[in-house]
Ligand binder design. Structure first.
Ligand code: GDP
Ligand code: CO
Length: 397
């Protein structure tokens, strides 16, 4: 794969924020005549390097009642060497959609001779392991894991840790294009290979084609991202004293991290999860609040924003929730101790303009699940490890 080299990097405390890098070519061949680094602003990431990172990566697929054909397509696009971890919150009755997902995954794993895990978000054993680990905020009033993509992601990354992986990436289950999934994961690998620090995150910028995929959803989504990014940039500017537009992936749904970093971040419920990760990175490592773990400050943290070649073709579930999406995303910035008065004013005015908030209302505080590093992960592992096999897609029981 060829990717534009990280040409422009802004520093915010210990965080190295790289500007958008485009994928130049999806494949770079086997022969290596071209200098691997720095040739005309392009980085060559060899197939070997990509496979090496894929082998150390788990791909978590959160899914809730998606069309089975889409789910099937998505898992077919995940590179063979990655460990697939499906966390499903799909219905069990009257139609057992979870069972259907499990069967689909089972078939793919049997045909292609690979390992995958699939776990239901309401699984009693998972709930018990979470409880024993002291991760109570992840549970609802019935004592099972709360609804939500973010909570599914947390279960996924705990499973990735349990399986001994070093990296975790996320892909949504409602993507129409298996080829895009393949590209996302290759981009994750490419990003990790460029990182100087073991604490690293790769966020995807979709190359979306609004006309192709029917209109308003993408226009509105584009608007939500634009506003979120503007607020992030205002936040950084207020601290550094310099105008910036470096953040372009504030809402990125598709992203990946080293587990070392993933453990240090809190996970906000709902659509707040991706912005909250960034907020927390800036709080802990932006250099203006008391710093997070010294190891990160020492190594720094590499943030990559990489733009895909494939257009983003995604299930259109209508546009109603976009106001809500903006609201919860911006509320993570608003309620951060980093947030200055000017950024707060910007957030309030944007939310009222978009009719996501009434005048003089405050955005609600997001529900935050603590960083996994603050819970007793060993207890979670101790509870889950003996029965890990049950969650294998190949398990017959
Ligand atoms: P959008 O694409 O950002 O509008 O959000 P979606 O509603 O499409 O959700 C993103 C992904 O998370 C999709 O793959 C959903 O199936 C999945 N998802 C949504 N809610 C839940 C949930 O409660 N639990 C899990 N595990 N996945 C969920
Ligand atoms: Co979606």
């Amino acid at each position: 794969m060829y990717v534009e080299s990280p040409r422009y990097t802004e520093r915010f405390g210990s965080v190295r924020i790289n500007d958008i890098q485009k994928v130049v070519a999806l494949d770079s061949g086997l022969k290596s005549e071209i200098p691997p680094h720095g040739a005309m602003g392009v980085v060559k990431i060899s197939e070997e390097t990509i496979k090496d990172f894929e082998d150390r990566m788990a791909i978590v697929v959160p899914v809730k009642d998606e069309r089975l054909k889409l789910f099937e397509g998505v898992i077919s696009g995940i590179p063979h060497d990655c460990l697939i971890i499906v966390v499903s919150n799909s219905q069990r009755e009257p139609v057992d959609r979870f069972r259907m997902e499990r069967d689909t995954l089972n078939q793919m794993c049997r045909y292609t001779n690979r390992l995958a895990y699939i776990v239901h978000q309401k699984d009693a054993r998972v709930a018990q392991a979470v409880k024993n680990a002291g991760y109570d905020e992840l549970l609802d009033e019935n004592g099972v894991v709360r609804n939500g993509k973010a909570e599914g992601m947390v279960i996924g990354l705990l499973m990735a840790k349990l399986a001994g992986k070093e990296y975790v990436g996320f892909v949504d289950a409602d993507n129409y294009s298996p080829g895009s999934i393949l590209e996302y994961v290759r981009i994750y690998a490419a990003g990790f290979s460029m990182a100087k620090s073991p604490y690293t995150m790769v966020r995807i910028l979709w190359h979306y084609k609004p006309k192709l995929s029917g209109g308003t959803h993408f226009r509105k989504w584009g608007r939500v991202s634009e506003i979120t990014n503007r607020c992030f940039n205002s936040l950084i500017s207020s601290r550094t004293g310099f105008e910036t537009n470096i953040i372009k992936t504030g809402n990125a749904g598709e992203h990946a991290m080293s587990l070392k970093l993933a453990e240090l971040l809190p996970y906000a419920s709902g659509y707040a999860v991706e912005p909250e990760e960034l907020v927390s990175i800036f709080e802990q490592f932006g250099g203006t609040l008391p710093a997070g773990p010294a190891a990160v400050v020492k190594h720094g943290l590499d943030l990559f924003q990489i733009e895909t070649r494939n257009p983003h073709l995604h299930e259109d579930k209508g546009t109603e929730h976009l106001g809500g999406m903006l609201l919860v995303g911006l509320s993570t910035i608003y309620h951060s101790p980093l947030c200055d008065q000017e950024t707060k004013r910007l957030i309030l005015s944007q939310l009222t303009i978009q009719k996501a908030l009434k005048p003089r209302q405050q955005p609600p505080k997001p529900h935050i699940n603590r960083p996994p590093s603050e819970i007793n992960i060993r207890e979670f592992t101790k509870n889950m490890e003996p029965c890990l096999e049950i969650y294998s897609a190949l398990y017959e029981g």
